[in-house]
Design a protein around this ligand. Structure first.
Ligand SMILES: Cc1cc2nc3c(=O)[nH]c(=O)nc-3n(C[C@H](O)[C@H](O)[C@H](O)COP(=O)(O)OP(=O)(O)OC[C@H]3O[C@@H](n4cnc5c(N)ncnc54)[C@H](O)[C@@H]3O)c2cc1C
Length: 286
């Protein structure tokens, strides 16, 4: 990691390299957060397009789009988005009763109650001392209840099975937590229009050279089209490539493979092909 001793100047110019979802989301967000006080430029390659897959989101995108000033009805139709209330895992374990198909619905929940202290556990985190719904459900599980906690406490699974939306426009307070599934290419285009209309500059060009200052920091990037873009802050949004982080700075991307409960397909194939294994593997993704 690059270490630096010296004075820090205020940031006046930001260059974001990469014009996929990450690039345009960062540009629109920073422009909004900094109230247009900083010059932001996004440079995107004319040779490599955005990856354009998926995409399943998590609920926080709702807050982000809200921060940018959009209600669901403003942006969802523009990017082919639909609501995503939960993730259904089918046969990820073999613990169904009597070997039956096992299903698990992972809901997007905000806890349906304030965190409360269990009685006689003053050391636990919580607010107030009442009967907790979660503790109530947990007690039932310990007493032999077979339904998962979210089935006992939340309407999400039932809504999903009935193909109902998580929102109630007439009574928003009854709406459930949700995320989205959307066309990521269209989301990128939507955010690009938003950001450029609000003052973010767009440069189309393939970055071929990264300049470093004496302290090792990046000072400018150059495109094949001979555009030189200098800035006080560079943000790497070049996707898996990591043009600035990997190639130019050699920082690398932390690998969390050891923590994942899934394996890359290549590993699955090698396990499945090994003579010592009779298990059948399927590639699982959300
Ligand atoms: C099969 C698959 C499924 C996925 N599903 C999901 C999902 O469901 N949910 C999820 O959150 N994520 C998913 N992902 C991860 C997905 O890659 C990211 O979420 C996101 O779409 C990547 O966007 P990005 O902007 O980081 O990168 P990209 O979309 O790859 O954009 C990279 C940008 O960098 C630019 N660029 C690259 N090199 C240069 C250069 N030299 N000069 C200038 N510009 C350059 C390109 O032009 C492009 O604009 C999935 C990935 C894969 C492969």
């Amino acid at each position: 990691m690059t270490s630096y001793t010296g004075t820090f100047e205020p940031i006046d110019r930001i260059v974001i390299v990469g014009g996929g979802t990450a690039g345009w989301l960062s540009a629109a967000y920073l422009n909004q957060a900094l109230k247009g006080s900083v010059h932001i430029t996004v440079v995107e390659s004319d040779a490599i397009g955005p990856i354009g897959v998926g995409e399943a989101t998590i609920p926080s995108l709702r807050l982000t789009m809200g921060f940018l000033g959009f209600r669901d009805s403003d942006w969802m139709p523009e990017v082919g988005a639909t609501y995503k209330s939960a993730i259904k895992f089918v046969n990820w374990c073999t613990c169904g009763p009597g070997g039956a198909t096992h299903e698990y619905w992972h809901p997007f929940i905000s806890r349906p109650e304030p965190s409360v202290l269990p009685y006689h556990c003053p050391f636990a985190m919580g607010i107030g001392q009442r009967v907790s719904l979660l503790h109530y459900a947990l007690k039932h599980r310990l007493d032999g209840e077979s339904r998962a906690i979210q089935q006992m406490l939340l309407p999400t699974q039932s809504l999903c099975e009935q193909h109902k939306a998580p929102i109630n426009p007439l009574m928003p307070e009854l709406s459930q937590e949700y995320a989205y599934h959307l066309d990521v290419t269209r989301l990128g285009e939507f955010l690009r229009q938003v950001a450029t209309k609000r003052g973010v500059k767009r440069v189309v060009g393939h970055v071929t050279n990264v300049e470093h200052g004496g302290n090792g920091f990046i000072t400018a990037v150059e495109t094949k089209q001979e555009n030189r873009l200098s800035a006080d802050l560079f943000i790497d949004c070049t996707g898996f490539r990591g043009l600035l982080l990997n190639d130019a700075l050699g920082e690398g991307i932390p690998i969390f493979g050891m923590q994942l409960l899934t394996r890359p397909t290549s590993q699955i194939h090698s396990i499945a092909n090994s003579s010592s294994s009779r298990a059948t593997f399927r590639f699982l993704t959300t």
